[in-house]
Design a binder for this molecule. Structure first.
Ligand SMILES: C[S@@+](CC[C@H](N)C(=O)[O-])C[C@H]1O[C@@H](n2cnc3c(N)ncnc32)[C@H](O)[C@@H]1O
Length: 222
């Protein structure tokens, strides 16, 4: 908790929060894994101190493959020490790889059944938001699901203090989210048992990366 606060103050744009996610949010974001038979491929982006990682680890079984991508090396060291080393010892038949890199540069094979994303998109420039979604959708299997979250009403709360350029940026991020939900059978769920309350957003795979690319791009012209 203390490390999360320290890193949040040091890197507020990347962290975007002062409080780690709750177990309830973790459960909501990982529940679709239960419906996937055989060995599963899972990717988590932006684990921080690992509240959502714990939710994934709890659901993994022998033969599964779990990639985790985190930009912050302090969080990576903490994750290895507190969670991953112990998990690998207890579950040697599950492959768990931590990549200390920005997601934009991570070398990943794709074909994921579930991508859990904790990135604070409302802090990022719209161009980066678009390119990360394009990348993540291309990494998803056809029947896979990409789940991310944002704090309920986050853009409405930020808008009064964001300035003119900031408000325009938030509007563009909102438009990107709406377009993604339209094109990827998006669904949302309000999780009150999180501080602050959060909304999960689920997007379905099943479009080619080329389609995903042009669809995300299309929001740009609006
Ligand atoms: C809002 S915190 C979420 C932490 C945790 N998943 C949770 O729910 O409490 C965002 C995390 O994303 C990481 N992050 C930000 N930009 C990133 C990027 N481009 N690639 C990978 N990780 C990134 C930050 O370092 C931070 O750990």
């Amino acid at each position: 908790m203390l490390e999360f606060l320290t890193q949040s103050v040091k890197h507020f744009r990347d962290t975007g929060s002062i409080w780690p996610s709750s177990p309830l949010l973790a459960r909501a974001m990982t529940k679709s894994l239960e419906g996937v038979s055989g060995s599963r491929r899972v990717l988590e982006v932006g684990p921080g101190t690992g509240p959502l990682t714990k939710g994934v680890l709890r659901r993994l079984r022998a033969g599964d493959h779990f990639d985790i991508v985190e930009i912050n090396d302090v969080f990576c060291k903490l994750l290895e020490k507190e969670l991953l080393q112990k998990f690998r010892t207890r579950h040697p038949q599950v492959a768990v790889n931590l990549h200390n890199a920005p997601i934009e540069d991570a070398a990943l094979r794709g074909g994921y059944d579930l991508i859990v994303c904790g990135l604070p998109f409302n802090n990022f420039p719209p161009k980066l938001v678009r390119s990360i979604f394009r990348q993540l959708l291309a990494l998803l299997s056809d029947s896979g699901e990409l789940v991310y979250f944002e704090y309920a009403g986050v853009r409405a709360m930020k808008a009064p203090i964001a300035g003119t350029a900031g408000r325009a940026q938030l509007k563009r991020i909102d438009a990107i989210g709406k377009s993604l939900r339209r094109h990827h059978a998006g669904s949302t769920e309000l999780i009150l048992g999180n501080f602050p309350p959060a909304v999960t957003i689920r997007l379905k795979g099943g479009v080619t990366s080329k389609n995903a690319k042009s669809r995300v791009k299309a929001t740009r012209t609006k």
